[in-house]
Design a protein around this ligand. Structure first.
Ligand code: FE2
Length: 276
């Protein structure tokens, strides 16, 4: 995702899809109808039902291939080692978008996580608490075909490329679960702190690895624009309490990021903070 790179949790709106005037699909009635149909499937879904299956059409498959053609090289350049290992453990077919059912059939046996469809953005508490049950609320729609490298909101590219490999990875799945467990015992103030820290780590985290800056955040790993820009953002010292007090802006490229001293420190410090 690019500007407005929200992680699939912030905001409260969206019953059926309302696109902003500057959304690439705003003037495309076919796209709007498609978005509404996919949102309606998610809205009708109730736990225990078979997952609604989106049959991605030829245009959406083309977007998926275009995205991969660009992201693959960027991942080799800037993704941290653990993410690249996670992608080896959970490789995507770069030519065909899998359905949620297909993703879950592979994902669930790994670390117990499943994707559940949502129509759009949900409240932070809802998103976080579901992590505590190893359920990851995710969008199914595809970005507009006119801008394959840009989306103003989380879409299936963000969920699959940014999050799914990590949910298949023992240590990052554990971290996501720990956010959920912390949310289950959190008051409103703590939820705010949790979602901010989630944003600056799981969504937009970068770290030091072998003398270079590398990316572990899903919002960067799934965004061509963010991967090209993160090196020029303001890089702040790793400080979870500072993140917890630092409101974020999901509507633009991130102008500052927090740099973990290493992958191990990121993981250890986060687990300790979440379990405190
Ligand atoms: Fe996300």
């Amino acid at each position: 995702m690019e500007p407005s790179n929200s992680p699939g949790f912030s905001g409260a709106r969206i019953e059926l899809v309302q696109l902003e005037r500057d959304h690439p699909g705003f003037n495309d009635p076919v796209y709007r109808e498609r978005r509404n149909a996919i949102a309606a499937m998610a809205q009708r879904y109730r736990e225990g039902d078979p997952l609604p299956n989106v049959e991605y059409d030829a245009d959406e498959q083309t977007v998926w291939r275009t995205v991969w053609a660009e992201l693959d090289a960027e991942h080799r350049r800037v993704a941290c080692r653990a993410y690249r290992q996670a992608c080896e453990r959970y490789p995507f077919d770069h030519h065909t978008i899998p359905s949620f059912r297909e993703v879950n059939a592979r994902l669930q046996p790994m670390q117990g996580f499943s994707l559940l469809p949502v129509a759009g953005l949900v409240q932070p508490r809802v998103f976080l608490e579901e992590l505590g049950a190893r359920r990851f609320l995710a969008t199914q729609y595809m970005r507009h075909g006119s801008t394959p490298l840009y989306t103003p909101e989380p879409d299936v590219v963000h969920e699959y490329i940014g999050h799914v490999p990590w949910l298949a990875h023992a240590e990052l799945a554990e971290l996501n679960h720990a956010f959920g467990q912390a949310a289950l015992r959190a008051d409103a103030r703590r939820i705010e702190a949790l979602i901010r820290v989630y944003w600056y780590t799981i969504e937009f985290g970068i770290l030091q690895e072998e003398g270079a800056l590398k990316v572990y955040g899903a919002g960067i790993l799934s965004s061509f624009g963010e991967m090209r820009r993160f090196a020029d953002a303001e890089h702040r010292t790793w400080d979870l309490e500072a993140m917890a007090d630092d409101d974020f802006d999901p509507t633009d490229y991130q102008d500052h990021l927090y740099v973990a001293p290493s992958y191990a420190r990121m993981r250890e410090d986060l687990l300790a903070w979440l379990r405190a």
